[in-house]
Design a protein around this ligand. Structure first.
Ligand SMILES: Nc1nc2c(c(=O)[nH]1)N[C@H]1C(S)=C(S)[C@@H](COP(=O)(O)OP(=O)(O)OC[C@H]3O[C@@H](n4cnc5c(N)ncnc54)[C@H](O)[C@@H]3O)O[C@H]1N2
Ligand code: MOO
Ligand code: MG
Length: 402
């Protein structure tokens, strides 16, 4: 059987980065910058007030105190968006709002709380020194600074940065669009009644959500029965609009395992047994020279674990992102586990922080159909290929689930 690392390396070796697209900012979320972005102007672009108050000459208020307040004439108001129409001379000030440009001559801001709030004249009860509550032009960013290097993933703060330097559109490798298809004649849409022998489709929902968790855009392509023509037609239909296709089911040894049947020989598709549990039967390849296709095993826990191990890293690679920092922690087993050896065993488990170290409790139910044990877990214990027996108190690698 093929080793997990070898299969992952083959997948990552086949992945080509998505071509950059110019997107409007609202569409760019989760994209990875394909250009460095520099600030065309200083930020702030002009000296402005950090407080609602009065723009003054610091020298005028240098001696102001509770016991000997200073009274100044108020020339007028400067709101944010105004152009700073007043010149501040000795004895005069202007009422100013947060973000409004500092008027010529003024060199300090007195917050309104230190005054009587007057509009024709104002009495000031505390002193201020030059520069007080003034936000200087360029103190955040100077013009020409690279504010976001190429390769940055755009989250809320980065999109805010782009808008703050005036960018409306940006070149990014977008979040991969991933079509998710369940296969199986036994599958029924949740919400519909199930008849004898039928079950509700859970994989297409779980995998679409896993795509979102991994930074992609998932689309459910629904579920199709084990009909070769229908399966092939649905996959072909998605090739034009998807960057990645994920199927579940139909890749093992069964008489109706049609995914393997219809995709074998197409593009670079290969179907292999990977030395892991769950998730042994795997298929991967490129169709149309472009679209990575993952055919994951149908058992729900197998499909989910396969996604975490193989698809999640591939989605990052499509955007040109470096491999994710390890989500593995070392933890002490609270119960013994056994493993067949010769394969990597991913055991569903609950990881909890304890004093100075993590503890991990393996779930009792480890069947690849047992979704309850998976939904009650927050981690996978990773038992290496060469280990068969672990005792309570042994330290193991644990992969935290997203
Ligand atoms: N003779 C052998 N039989 C099996 C082997 C083997 O090596 N030799 N491997 C087993 C392993 S391991 C796995 S994993 C499964 C993989 O099966 P398939 O990928 O062919 O998937 P199906 O046969 O279509 O379904 C398997 C199982 O999963 C349920 N399923 C499928 N899709 C969904 C879905 N969308 N939502 C919920 N449940 C789903 C399906 O009803 C079956 O119970 O093969 C073993 N057999
Ligand atoms: O490999 Mo299957 O995925 O163990 O149930
Ligand atoms: Mg099967």
């Amino acid at each position: 059987m093929k080793r997990v690392d070898e299969h992952l390396a083959d997948i990552l070796g086949a992945i080509r980065q998505l071509p950059p697209l110019e997107l409007a900012l609202p569409e760019s979320y989760g994209g990875v910058l394909a250009e460095p972005v520099t600030a065309p102007v200083d930020l702030p672009p002009f000296d402005n007030s950090a407080m609602d108050g009065y723009a003054v000459l610091a020298a005028d208020v240098a001696a102001a105190s509770e016991t000997s307040p200073v009274t100044l004439a108020v020339a007028g108001d400067i709101a944010a968006g105004d152009q700073g129409a007043y010149d501040i001379d000795p004895g005069r000030c202007a009422r100013i709002m947060t973000g409004a440009p500092l008027p010529a001559g003024a060199d300090a801001i007195v917050p309104v709380e230190w005054t009587d709030g007057g509009t024709a004249e104002v009495t000031i009860r505390r002193s201020a020194t030059p520069g007080h509550y003034i936000r200087r032009a360029g103190e955040d960013v100077t013009a020409g600074t690279t504010v976001l290097p190429a390769g940055t993933r755009l989250g809320a703060a980065q999109i805010g940065m782009l808008a703050a330097v005036g960018r409306a559109r940006v070149l990014v490798r977008p979040r991969p669009r991933v079509a998710v298809l369940s296969t199986g004649t036994e599958l029924v849409e949740p919400g519909e009644p199930v008849g004898p022998g039928q079950i509700w489709d859970s994989n297409s929902f779980a995998l679409t959500a896993a795509v979102t968790e991994a930074g992609g855009v998932g689309f459910r392509a629904g579920s199709v029965g084990d009909d070769p023509r229908e399966v092939l037609a649905t996959i072909e239909e998605r090739l034009a609009s998807a960057d990645v296709i994920i199927t579940s089911g139909g890749v093992s040894m069964g008489a109706y395992d049609v995914v393997k049947e219809v995709l074998s020989g197409l593009g670079t598709m290969r179907f292999e047994k990977v030395a892991m549990r769950p998730g042994k039967p795997q298929g991967f390849g490129l169709l149309d020279d472009r679209v990575p296709v993952f055919t994951l095993p149908g058992n729900p826990v197998s499909a989910y674990v396969s996604f975490q191990v193989f698809v999640r890293p591939a989605l990052r690679a499509l955007q040109g992102l470096p491999p994710e920092p390890p989500r593995t922690v070392r933890a002490r087993l609270t119960a013994p586990v056994t493993s067949p050896g010769g394969l990597r065993h991913y055991l569903r488990a609950v990881l909890s922080p304890a004093e100075g170290e993590h503890h991990v409790a393996p779930a009792e139910a480890q069947g690849s159909h047992q979704v309850f044990a998976l939904s009650s877990s927050n981690a996978l214990i990773v038992v290496p290929e060469d280990v068969t027996d672990l005792r309570t108190g042994d330290t193991v690698d644990v992969l935290e689930l997203p």
